[in-house]
Write a protein that binds this ligand. Structure first.
Ligand code: SF4
Length: 218
């Protein structure tokens, strides 16, 4: 895909997106999601299927939705609430510590700053970018496995890992698409351009996709 074809790509995907399942963290953000709730659901979502993330987040938020209230729940109880999310015990510890730190050091307010967010244990670039974009509506590019894979398949970037993809996208992707690129490509990756055997024969962006590295497809 040539760099200037990004505009048609996004236009087509916005239309297709309407028929796909919305990513779990996006749903949290759209349903009165505070930056704190986006942060917590993003931590739960790491290495976890979307339907599990949605239910685990809902169970925790039914009990507590702020740093103060979550900090008052023992880590064991958080683990029970977010089970069977991947690494649920580790995540529960991280959520408990992070909530306590927000209360003690940040006046219970999630900082809207990448560097500050990256200081929290369990918060990597993917989570920090998602809190910036979905939680605060600030510029950021959240590159997860779907964004990395699809941008490379299209031939829009040639990179080895998500960190490198984020760096290249920050210099190449028009700013108007930064916030929504994650949402569009996660939905596209989950519903159509799958990691294994993507649906190339019935793909609305096939004409502009270079299909780099695609060996088997449907
Ligand atoms: Fe993905 Fe295939 Fe469509 Fe390219 S043509 S975007 S590899 S499904």
């Amino acid at each position: 895909m040539k760099p200037n074809e990004i505009h048609s790509f996004i236009t087509i995907l916005r239309e297709e997106y309407k028929k796909w399942q919305t990513p779990a963290v996006t749903i949290v953000a759209r349903c009165n999601g505070s930056p704190f709730k986006v942060l917590i659901s993003c931590i739960i979502s790491l290495r976890t299927k979307d339907d599990v993330t949605a239910l685990a987040s809902a169970r925790l938020f039914a009990l507590a939705q702020t740093p103060e209230t979550v900090a008052n729940i023992p880590a064991d109880e958080i683990a029970r609430l977010i089970y069977p999310a991947g690494f649920y015990r580790t995540k529960a510890e991280q959520i408990a510590l992070l909530s306590r730190r927000l209360v003690d050091e940040y006046g219970s307010i999630v900082p809207g700053d990448m560097d500050e967010l990256l200081n929290f244990k369990g918060v990597g670039r993917k989570t920090a970018n998602l809190v910036m974009t979905l939680g605060f509506g600030k510029p950021g590019i959240c590159v997860d496995t779907h964004v990395h894979r699809i941008c490379n398949r299209l031939g829009y970037v040639t990179t080895k890992n998500p960190e490198e993809t984020e760096k290249v996208l920050r210099g190449q992707l028009p700013a108007e698409y930064w916030i929504e690129i994650n949402d569009l490509l996660v939905a596209f990756g989950q519903n159509h351009c799958h990691p294994v055997s993507p649906r190339c024969s019935n793909c609305s962006v096939a004409k502009i996709c270079d299909r780099i590295g695609v060996k088997t497809s449907r």
